[in-house]
Design a protein around this ligand. Structure first.
Ligand SMILES: C/C(=C\COP(=O)(O)OP(=O)(O)O)CCC[C@H](C)CCC[C@H](C)CCCC(C)C
Length: 317
C-alpha cells in the first residue's frame, strides 16, 4: 500500500531511492485523473466524437498532454517552489529530503513542459487546426501553473484566488482542450465551463478547513480564515450546489431535459453528504465528504458534456 502511495504521490508514502520512482512521485499521478476526465467531458461536449482508431489516438494524446505532461509539470514545479516550507513541515518529501538533486528536478520540469507543448502542437497538426488552439491552451495552462506556485504572484498563497485558479484550470482547461480537439470551442460553452469552475472553487476550499490554524498564522486569506468556519462552510456548499443547480436549469432551458434531470439526480446525493459529513464538522470530515460526494460531481460534469454534445448535434452544428 505504501509503495503504491509512493508512486501515486499521496501522503504517507514509503521512501525509495529509485530516482525514476521518485520522478513519478513528484508528478503526483493521482492528480492527473481530473484532467483526463475533463478531456473526456470536452470530447463528449464536442458532439463529434466517434469511436474509431484516429479519435482514440487523438484522445489518448490529449490525455497524455493534460495528465502526465502538464499536470506532472505543475506538480513538480509546485514542489520545487515549496521546497523551503516543505523542509520545515514535510521534510520527507523528495526535494527537501535530498532524494533527488536540484538539477534533476529542473530537467524534469523542462522535459515535462516542453513535452506537453509538443503534444499540443502535434494535436493541432493532426486536427488540421488553422489556429493552434490546443497549443494556445497549453501555453495558457502552463502559465497559470507557474503563477500559482512561483513568486512573485504565487496565487496559492492568495487564499480563495488560488482556489479559483486551481478549480477553474482543473475543470475548464482540459474540457476546452478535449472540445477543441474534436470540434469547435465556442464562447457559450466556455462561459458554461467557467461557471462550472465555481463548483471547482468550492471543492478546492473544502481542503482549506484542515489548515485553518497554519494559514491564519502565515496570514493566508483562505476562505475559512477570512470568514470563520461557520460562514465559510455555508459559502463552500453554496458555491458547489448553486453552480450545479444553475447548470441543470440551463440544460433544461436549452431543451436538454433528460440530461438536466440526470444532473439534478447527481446533485442531491452531494447535498445529502454535505449534511451528513461536511456541515457538522468540515475539519474532521473533509476527506470523507470528498470521497463520497466527488464521484457525483464528476459524473455531473460528464452529463453536462454529453448534454452539450447532444445539443450541438440537434442544432446540426
Ligand atoms: C499544484 C497544484 C496543487 C497543489 O497545491 P498545494 O501546493 O496547495 O498542495 P500541496 O502542498 O499538497 O502540494 C495544482 C495547481 C493547478 C494549476 C493552478 C493549474 C493547472 C493547469 C493544468 C495542468 C494545465 C492543463 C492545460 C491543458 C489541459 C491544455
Amino acid at each position: 500500500m505504501d509503495a503504491s502511495k509512493q508512486l501515486l504521490g499521496f501522503k504517507g508514502a514509503a521512501e525509495t531511492d529509485d530516482v525514476w520512482k521518485i520522478r513519478v512521485q513528484l508528478t503526483k499521478p493521482g492528480t492527473w485523473v481530473p484532467l483526463i476526465w475533463g478531456v473526456m467531458c470536452g470530447a463528449a461536449a464536442s458532439g463529434h466524437y466517434e469511436w474509431n482508431l484516429d479519435n482514440v489516438g487523438k484522445a489518448l494524446l490529449c490525455m497524455t498532454m493534460s495528465g502526465p505532461f502538464l499536470t506532472g509539470y505543475t506538480q513538480t514545479i509546485n514542489d520545487w517552489y515549496d521546497r523551503e516550507i516543505d523542509a520545515i513541515n514535510e521534510p520527507y518529501r523528495p526535494i527537501p529530503s535530498g532524494l533527488i538533486s536540484e538539477n534533476e528536478v529542473k530537467a524534469q520540469i523542462a522535459v515535462l513542459l516542453v513535452g506537453g507543448w509538443l503534444c499540443a502542437l502535434q494535436l493541432d497538426r493532426w486536427c488540421e487546426h488553422d489556429f493552434p488552439i490546443v497549443l494556445a491552451l497549453s501555453l495558457f495552462g502552463s502559465y497559470i501553473s507557474y503563477i500559482y506556485s512561483a513568486p512573485p504572484l504565487k496565487l496559492k498563497a492568495e487564499g480563495w484566488k488560488g482556489c479559483y485558479a486551481l478549480g477553474s484550470s482543473y475543470i475548464a482547461l482540459p474540457w476546452w482542450a478535449g472540445m477543441a480537439t474534436f470540434g469547435q470551442l465556442t464562447p457559450d460553452v466556455m462561459f458554461l465551463t467557467v461557471l462550472y469552475s465555481i463548483a471547482g472553487l468550492g471543492i478546492a476550499i473544502v481542503n482549506d478547513f484542515k489548515s485553518i490554524e497554519g494559514d491564519r498564522e502565515l496570514g493566508l486569506q483562505s476562505l475559512p480564515v477570512a470568514f470563520g468556519i461557520e460562514k465559510a462552510k455555508w459559502i463552500t456548499v453554496s458555491t458547489i450546489d448553486i453552480t450545479q443547480l444553475f447548470v441543470a436549469c440551463y440544460l433544461r432551458a436549452i431543451g436538454e431535459e433528460t440530461y438536466s434531470n440526470v444532473l439534478f439526480c447527481l446533485i442531491f446525493p452531494q447535498i445529502f453528504f454535505q449534511f451528513k459529513f461536511f456541515l457538522p464538522d468540515p475539519i474532521k470530515n473533509d476527506v470523507k465528504y470528498q470521497a463520497s460526494a466527488q464521484p457525483f460531481l464528476v459524473f455531473g460534469l460528464l452529463t453536462t458534456g454529453l448534454a452539450w454534445g447532444h445539443h450541438i448535434n440537434a442544432l446540426g452544428m
